[in-house]
Ligand binder design. Structure first.
Ligand code: ADP
Length: 684
């Protein structure tokens, strides 16, 4: 029998050392933490292990593809953030057969922005003839360490900054504290810090300087008891100190040397719950205030006495002037001799000058004391201009300037509708003053008066222009100040008070306008003043009355009885003379009581009643007359031409008001207006 050869169990084939090595290397290659890249002789990637792919965020295929044009996918920087040129990239340097050892490089993926901090090492593999076979690049990802380092650095920096800040703030605080302490110690203001019960009190140096009390004094004593010995005041002050009322309170404090001083305190609460009182010494200020109040009261009293005195003087001067001017007017009629006529002219001229001076002084004292009251009405602008023209004619006579004419310039298209809501008397006074000056200080040429509407300013701009001697530049500043006169005062025609323009300025401003001028020495001046306007199409009743024609022809009053109540002998005589030609029967009362008696016992047709009468004044007399008779004409006579006084007499029941001295023509026109037809036939 043939034996079947026994089959030996098959043994694993022995593995060669190379294979083992290959497998092991391949395992190491795959699992290595460091990236390994094998580079072809043309620079492209032959192989990359998973770690290398992970670092770059790529798949193997992508990595192989990217390696054909790596520049378009990556940028490389050194750790100083300088970009590494392409030919110095590790792969290219290996191609150039360089060896690389542990170089720190940042690789940035252009598409994803992913940043890899890595350490590169690498080596070329050459054959015996030194030809490049392939290159191996090792990449160690050190991003974690770098990031950790960077964090650490940042924190260090922050700490440094914080530290610097704290130092800075500390310095600032120290500086501020020092500054505050210096201020607290040197400021002449008392500063007291206290708790709610006002037991723990700290005071600054000013408290000691002002009151004498210091921090030592109050260690064993209660400052409140020291500074406010009166318990009532003390409790009031304590209440205030805890009330935190806003604002300052005036408090009287007792000083260490026993004086009472006036102080003023304010309180605030600070953040720690304590309170700060800040006080100043106002003793001196209070004294000054009191002195000022007393001085003001004294000045006001003196001013009042002065004003009353001036007004009284004015009255006392007017009464005799009344006689002087009246008698010289009467004498003008009877005197034939030319020289004597001349003397009479001089008396009249000087008398009028004196009256003007008195008026100016009274006006100025009123304006100075804010006692000037205005009587406001609607007036037509042309009334103002017409009156100015009339006055110019008499001013020409007065200043002997027949050769100087007045040129009036009014914008015709507008003036029909322009009304000024003003005090006619005062406005006229301004215009007359300016026109009078223009004439007075002009030797040749003309005077022009006119106005413009200034719609944008809602006012009328008046001007008075002359071609006279003008005012030197250096005097311009003083023109509107009282008592300033700039031309020779010894020449008769230049006489004046130096009050006119000061009064004009006051009045223009009181009426709501402004006054100014332009002037050139030797060439003339233009004075301007503005006044607010209103536009209307109607006139006030008052104004149409003003247009009423005056009849100043001699009235014949043969059958009438006129009662004159006048205590001044000369004023009565003058009126009596003036009435002589009217043939009226005149009764004379020297006191108010006499006037009432004469009125009661006679049939009287008209009364001239002085206001300042002894026993009963004019207002009391008319009251008595009006209780009997409402219609008899009673004419008031006063030294005052003010609208206010005219209104007062109208309110009291007077039919008319005349200002002393009354002229013949005014007396006749009053008589013509108020005597009934049957007494005064044919003169209406
Ligand atoms: P008065 O004319 O009474 O002296 P004013 O107050 O009216 O007082 O004027 C003050 C001064 O201003 C005058 O004395 C005069 O020197 C100067 N003055 C006023 N108006 C004119 C003018 N139109 N031309 C030249 N000088 C003038």
């Amino acid at each position: 029998m043939a034996t079947i050869p026994k089959q030996e169990p098959s043994k694993p084939k022995p593995v060669s050392a190379e294979t083992i090595l290959d497998d092991s290397l391949s395992m190491v290659f795959e699992n290595l933490d460091d990236g390994v890249m094998i580079i072809n002789s043309d620079g492209t990637l032959l192989k990359a292990n998973p770690a290398a792919l992970r670092f770059h965020g790529l798949y193997e295929k992508e990595a192989l593809l990217y390696s054909e044009s790596p520049r378009s996918h990556f940028v490389m920087y050194d750790f100083e953030y300088n970009e590494i040129p392409f030919n110095s990239w590790p792969s290219n340097r290996i191609l150039k057969k360089e060896t690389i050892e542990n170089e720190k490089i940042i690789v940035v993926n252009k598409e994803t922005g992913k940043k890899l901090y890595a350490r590169f090492s690498g080596k070329p593999q050459l054959d015996e003839s030194d030809n490049f076979l392939f290159g191996v690049l090792f990449i160690k990802d050190i991003s974690e360490q770098v990031n950790a380092l960077m964090e650490l650095e940042k924190e260090k920096n922050n700490r440094l900054i914080d530290h610097q800040n704290i130092n800075y703030i500390q310095q600032q605080l120290d500086g501020n504290r020092q500054l505050l302490q210096t201020i607290i110690d040197t400021i002449p203001v008392m500063i007291v810090i206290y708790d709610k019960r006002i037991k723990q009190v700290t005071m600054n140096k000013a408290v000691e300087e002002i009151t004498g009390w210091n921090n030592e004094d109050i260690q064993n004593a209660d400052i409140m008891e020291l500074a406010y010995p009166d318990p009532e005041i003390r409790s009031e002050v304590m209440q205030y100190m805890n009330s935190l009322e806003p604002g300052f309170k005036d408090i009287i404090m007792r000083t260490k040397d026993g004086r009472d001083i006036e102080t003023s305190w304010a309180n605030v609460k600070i953040s720690d719950g304590r309170q700060v009182g800040v006080g100043i010494d106002i003793t001196q200020r209070k004294k000054l205030e009191n002195d000022l109040i007393q001085a003001k009261e004294k000045a006001e009293k003196e001013n009042k006495v002065q004003t009353a005195f001036i007004q009284n003087i004015s009255h006392e001067v007017r009464t005799p002037m009344n006689s002087i001017l009246g008698f010289s007017e009467l004498l003008q009629k009877s005197v034939e001799n030319e020289t004597e006529k001349h003397y009479l002219d001089a008396i009249t001229y000087n008398g009028q000058q004196l009256l003007r001076l008195i008026n100016d002084i009274v006006d100025f004292s009123r304006l100075d004391n804010n006692e000037m009251t205005l009587s406001i009405e609607n007036i037509h602008i042309m009334d103002l201009i017409n009156q100015t023209q009339n006055q110019f004619t008499s001013l020409k006579k007065k200043y002997n300037k027949a050769h100087i004419d007045l040129h009036v310039n009014s914008p015709v298209e507008n003036h029909k509708h322009i009304f000024l809501y003003t005090d006619l008397y005062r406005l006229q006074q301004v215009l007359t003053n300016l026109v009078s000056n223009a004439l007075k200080y002009t030797e040749k040429g003309e005077v022009e008066v006119g106005y413009y509407m200034r719609k944008n300013k809602q006012d009328v701009l008046f001007y008075v222009k002359d071609t006279g001697i003008g005012i030197k530049k250096e005097d311009h500043d003083r023109v509107f100040r009282r008592f300033n006169r700039f031309h020779r005062t010894n020449e008769t025609e230049f006489r004046g008070t130096g009050l006119g323009l000061a009064i004009c300025k006051h009045l223009v401003e009181l009426l709501g306008g402004k006054i100014w001028f332009e002037s050139e020495n030797g060439k003339g001046s233009v004075f301007y003043f503005s006044h607010p306007f209103t536009i209307h199409n109607h006139r006030d009743k008052k104004n149409s009355q003003q247009e009423e024609q005056k009849n100043d022809s001699l009235p014949i009053l043969e059958n009438s009885t006129i009662l004159i109540a006048e205590d001044d002998e000369f004023s009565f005589k003058m009126l009596n003379y003036m009435l002589k030609e009217t043939k009226a029967h005149v009764l004379h009362a020297e006191t108010g009581q006499e006037a009432v008696d004469l009125w009661k016992n006679n049939s009287v047709d008209l009364v001239f009643l002085d206001i300042n009468l002894p026993e009963l004044n004019g207002y009391q007399v008319i009251k008595s007359i009006r209780s009997d008779n409402k219609t008899i004409p009673v004419i008031a006579q006063t030294a005052s031409a003010l609208p206010r006084d005219k209104k007062k007499s109208a309110d009291a029941g007077f039919n008319h008001h005349v200002t002393k001295p009354i002229s013949m023509s005014e007396l006749y026109s009053v008589l013509n207006k108020y005597t009934p037809d049957e007494i005064n036939p044919g003169e209406k």
